[in-house]
Design a protein around this ligand. Structure first.
Ligand code: HAM
Length: 402
């Protein structure tokens, strides 16, 4: 938990430096919130049930829909853009495997009320900073545009209400299944080949010349803003489809190869959802980092986390010093120094062993002789070095090395 909090706080720090503010939404919501737009893919993965009032309830599978519901209910009159972030657990009824759990944590953000290349760049830059904050050495960020693919399959004759089925196959690169599916819908084989070609359009910014319409220009601007902010240029990949159904424009994903099959550590893009929840149509861009997965990726890359331990362990030399020890530990805590005291009447040797087990940086030894002069013995637990320190300068001595 200490390790998780350490990384969680790093991500929170990144979000705060990007000017986002934290929100929290309920863990369960009306199931309808997720069914309205997220498509059949999410529906079969929902933990959904009826409550005692016969209401259809679902545990949140993600936090974008709840965040937008919250925006519509509570924040729609706030000045835009609205920049919010969240951290919490999500639930998906899927087959558990390494890096894929039924309960997992997402750290995500939504930038609501703006639809410019700067908006998208801002969100991608923050995602990239979060991955950096984890210290990952190997990862790839790919950006695409779902609008191009949606348009292409619509032009080829895929009916609007069946687009999600096709996109789902293309997302997983299941071309053998996508072809007969589209053939059934009357799509010509030349068009099917063209669609497959589009999803295989991958490379540096130069491939943007192959992107039809204004989208090429748009993505070029996103890339320029990223460059201006010093973010490494992501790969362009028009095959980024995303599993969720609400995206309309730029989409992006990041993966960590160290993870093997479940390597996607982050995903996002621009979308509109607010109009489905009774609000005005508002464009937003957001993403979520799979917290458990990115932790796993850092571990697989060999990153070790050093538990912090406590600053001071106070131990009385004899029973008549116990009350004095209690006074000293209370004083240290008052000064904001994380400290502990022997409460088990241990002898010095054993107490020191315990102090190293709880990773105390210092032992504060309270003995009657030193106490007569208002002093204690301060022992540096890593070097073993000991010196006499007046009680009143103890906090400063310990803080000096923090
Ligand atoms: P998503 O790609 O479904 O997007 O999930 C985001 C991240 O959550 C994934 O990249 C992955 O790392 C992690 N994740 C997903 N499912 C699991 C699982 N079963 N176990 C462990 N980790 C998992 C969204 O949820 C969107 N709401 C992101 C977004 C925000 N788009 C716009 N705003």
């Amino acid at each position: 938990m200490e390790k998780r909090r350490f990384y969680e706080n790093k991500l929170r720090q990144v979000a705060l430096t990007f000017g986002f503010r934290e929100v929290e939404t309920p863990i369960f919501e009306d199931a309808e919130l997720f069914i309205l737009r997220s498509g059949p893919n999410v529906l079969k993965e929902l933990y959904a049930f009826k409550d005692k009032g016969d209401r259809d309830i679902a545990l949140r599978p993600e936090m974008t829909a709840p965040a937008i519901r919250m925006f519509v209910n509570n924040m729609s009159n706030d000045p835009k853009p609205i920049k919010i972030f969240y951290f919490g657990q999500c639930f998906r009824y899927e087959r558990p495997q390494s890096g894929r759990y039924r309960e997992f944590f997402q750290f995500g953000a939504e930038l609501i009320g703006s639809a410019t290349p700067e908006t998208d760049a801002e969100v991608i830059a923050m995602a990239a900073s979060m991955i950096k904050a984890f210290g990952l050495k190997e990862y790839r960020v790919r950006i695409g545009h779902i609008g191009v693919l949606r348009q292409r399959i619509a032009d080829a004759g895929v009916p609007a209400d069946r687009a999600a089925e096709v996109l789902q196959k293309l997302d997983k690169k299941l071309y053998d299944e996508a072809r007969p599916l589209m053939e059934d819908m009357g799509v010509s084989s030349a068009d099917i080949d063209g669609i497959f070609d589009l999803t295989e359009t991958v490379g540096g910014p130069e491939v943007l010349s192959k992107v039809p319409g204004d989208v090429g220009d748009y993505l070029r601007k996103v890339v320029s803003f990223l460059e201006a902010m010093g973010v490494e240029t992501p790969e362009i990949d028009l095959g980024v489809v995303r599993g969720l159904d609400y995206y309309t424009g730029m989409v992006f994903e990041a993966e960590a190869p160290a993870l093997g099959a479940e390597k996607q550590i982050c995903g996002g893009g621009s979308y509109t959802l607010s109009e489905l929840f009774g609000g005005e149509k508002v464009f937003s861009t957001g993403f979520a980092v799979g917290f458990d997965r990115i932790l796993l990726a850092a571990e697989k890359e060999g990153q070790a986390y050093e538990p912090r331990g406590i600053d001071a362990y106070v131990l009385p030399v004899s029973d008549d010093m116990r009350l004095k020890a209690a006074e000293v530990v209370a004083m240290l805590r008052h000064e904001g120094i994380s400290s502990d005291v022997d409460i088990m009447g241990r002898k010095m040797g054993k107490a020191l062993k315990y102090a190293s087990a709880v990773r105390a940086r210092f032992a504060v030894i309270v003995g009657s002789k030193e106490m007569e002069e208002g002093a204690v013995t301060l022992r540096d637990m890593s070097s073993g070095e000991q010196r006499t320190v007046p009680v009143e300068s103890l906090p400063a001595e310990i803080k000096k090395t923090q």
